[in-house]
Design a protein around this ligand. Sequence first.
Ligand SMILES: [Zn+2]
Length: 362
Amino acid sequence: MTAEEFARPLLICGKSFPVDKQRTVHLPVGHLITHKMVELTVHVRRGNKPGPRLLVTAAIHGDEINGVEVIRRLLMNKMPELAGDLILIPIVNLPAFLARSRYLPDRRDLNRLFPGSATGSFGARLAKLITKDIAQSCTHGIDLHTGAVNRPNLPQIRFCPGVPGIEEMAIAFGVPVMIHSESPPGSFREIFSALGKPQLMFEGGEAEIMEPASVSLALQGIISVMEHLQMLPPSNSTTPRSKPVLCRKTSWERAPRGGLLLPVMQLGEIVKRGMLLGEVGDPFSKKRTPIRATREGVIIGRTRNAVIDEGDGIFHIGDINESSSMQNNIDAAEAELDHSLNHQVFDDSKDVSMEDYSYSSN
Ligand SMILES: [Zn+2]
């Protein structure tokens, strides 16, 4: 973003956000049956010098909680030397969040409704608002997700290859695994890809659960990306960042039969072809059936269900060619995580006061 572009007030739905100010705006989306307005809460923090405009979003899927906490913690950091703009949306899909559901009340997936429509369904209108009034003016994005219920994911970055600068941004995020993943039609990522702007998708932990390790890694990852984009000065941390391993393909190892799942392997472990991943116990006999790896890779996701059917996905494997260095990277990431948990990233006592900017009252 040029100095001239940066110096202009940022406009979101007709509201003006001047340079070197931070404000919170509540954008009207549509009415509930109860006549209450559903609002999209957006925190806008403008720096005092030119730089990128980074959008960080969470809870597009309403039951994915870790990202909401990540953004809450980002809000606690004053960032006095911020260059560019940081736009934070802690809960994109508020109706789904309130219902503790992945989906919108009409059972649609908001992350398949982009770019949306101003005259479409509630979800389509929400998607349109975010696309037109916020995402289009941003230069970079990070969208925070988790695995589904009972399907935890190893902290990982997914990105669409080919967008300029995206791979460097993914490496800067610094989680052990990054995955080439095309944007599904109608996804938020597809908007950024179509605009030729880099957006990372972070996955870590599982739905409905607050997982401190994933929250901490995501928080550190966003700060690292902001340093990489020169939105923040380099940190003084002497802890080396682990270089992620790239997976170009992922696939599920599936249950050979139904029964009781007795897993042997855990998230982040390296598997070789033929290695025992777990067993399926027959609830009516002493019989056990082994589940063996059909390929080499790293376990990036798994089921936590105790009772499984034949064909259920048990372990999600990311294909890798560099397994010898992979375990070192995961070990380094774990050491880094221990460090971050023992040395709080931010001082929670210094809360940031955001000027509240109620859209509907103006
Ligand atoms: Zn999600």
